[in-house]
Ligand binder design. Structure first.
Ligand code: ZN
Length: 153
């Protein structure tokens, strides 16, 4: 495994729409392993393909309940609302309030191409929405009216 470089701030790759993953092979597994290692090393709860310069539809996340790998993910339902502070490994030191659904259901493929569903609430729902946005070139700052100071987080 190896750490990948996390793209930051105005990097144009963070604004691209990603293409689906088509090959479920060792190269994909290596990428997923590297992304998880990079996320944990940076103390993040999620990391999406474009953040490491890979314009493919995949992300990894761990909100404290174990690693989830989502390939070709699609949010199939959203319920309720939550407001809370959000940040991103690609925008270090920046925080803002973002309204997200309280609960989402995600459909995705695992590293072998098998489809699965997960339902996320609260932080997991927030994380799923945040990471899924990255695959369409959308970053959390697009949803933020006003940045928070460190003391307000
Ligand atoms: Zn992010």
């Amino acid at each position: 495994m190896a750490l990948r470089n996390i793209l930051k701030d105005e990097d144009p790759l963070l604004r691209k729409v990603c293409r689906p993953v088509t090959d479920f092979n060792e190269r994909l597994w290596q990428l997923l392993d590297d992304m998880a290692e990079t996320m944990y090393a940076a103390n993040g709860v999620g990391l999406a393909g474009p953040q490491v310069g890979i314009l493919r539809r995949l992300f990894v996340m761990d909100v404290g309940d174990g690693l989830i790998e989502a390939i070709n993910p699609e949010i199939v339902s959203k319920k309720g609302k939550q407001d809370g502070p959000e940040g991103c490994l690609s925008f270090p030191g920046k925080w803002g309030n973002v309204q997200r659904p309280k609960r989402v259901k995600l459909k995705a493929q695992d590293r072998n191409g098998k489809w699965f569903f997960i339902t996320g609430e609260d932080l997991l729902a927030r994380c799923i929405c945040h990471e899924n946005d990255h695959l369409d070139g959308v970053v959390f700052l697009d949803h933020v009216d006003e940045l928070l100071n460190d003391e307000e987080v």
